[in-house]
Write a protein that binds this ligand. Structure first.
Ligand SMILES: [Zn+2]
Length: 235
């Protein structure tokens, strides 16, 4: 399966051929739909073909490797048969917010010390959990630091390294709970120039300026060393 979203996060649609279809979902030979993983929700959208349209209400990962993408159909809808040529179209407004939010979470990670214990991207609010020393984080200072990185409009670039290169640089992995998928020969890194470099398979905007103005809305105390930073886009 060709994961178009990994090389081109801005692709809103593609043509594809159905390779499998049952009540759990539809597999295509290529897709622009991002499957729920790494804290980023799966895409929604539609599949269109000669004589049919199908709403896709979620996209999830199958159990056949990182690029096994399952398009979850609206319950009870008629499915395209294997071999059908379809046009796959994502809900771009929702996805673009996820891209802005996801990139924003990388900036938050860059300005907060400590390891990451969890993260969740949402279209309206997102959060990152940190294992940080007991010192408290300052909401206004974090908001200012992140907005500065947004204003600097830094390039955001995915690239690949081999499993061996990653193993030689364990400092790259800041997330304690989610290890990058190794065993496939290569791992995708997300590079925000001069700010953050870590393994990530998600979708991001091309420059930090595209995130727009942001706000740290809340810093919650979730235990002795656990701080939850909640962020929102201001438009
Ligand atoms: Zn990412």
């Amino acid at each position: 399966m060709e994961a178009i979203f990994r090389e081109d996060a801005y692709a809103r649609s593609c043509t594809a051929t159905v390779t499998a279809a049952d009540e759990h979902g539809i597999r295509l030979d290529r897709t622009v739909f991002y499957a729920n993983s790494g804290g980023q929700p799966g895409d929604t959208g539609v599949l269109r073909w000669a004589g049919g349209t199908l709403a896709i209400v979620d996209t999830v990962k199958g159990d056949d490797g990182p690029d096994d993408v399952i398009h979850v159909p609206q319950a009870g809808a008629a499915l395209p048969a294997p071999g059908t040529a379809v046009e796959a179209v994502i809900d771009w407004e929702r996805r673009h917010r996820h891209m802005r939010m996801h990139t924003l979470l990388h900036l938050v990670c860059a300005v907060v010390p400590g390891s990451i214990t969890g993260a969740q991207v949402g279209a309206d609010k997102s959060r990152v959990d940190f294992n940080v020393p007991t010192e408290s984080l300052d909401k206004e200072a974090l908001t200012a630091a992140v907005n500065r990185l947004v204003a600097e409009n830094r390039p955001v670039t995915p690239r690949w390294i081999t499993d061996e290169e990653l193993a030689a640089q364990p400092d790259l992995v800041r997330t304690m709970t989610v290890k990058p998928p190794t065993g496939y020969g290569r791992v995708r890194l997300l590079d925000i120039e001069g700010v953050d470099l870590q393994p990530c398979g998600g979708t991001h905007v091309a420059r930090t300026g595209e995130i727009g103005p942001v706000e740290v809305v809340k810093i919650e105390n979730k235990g002795k060393q656990n701080r939850r930073v909640v962020v929102a886009l201001k438009d």
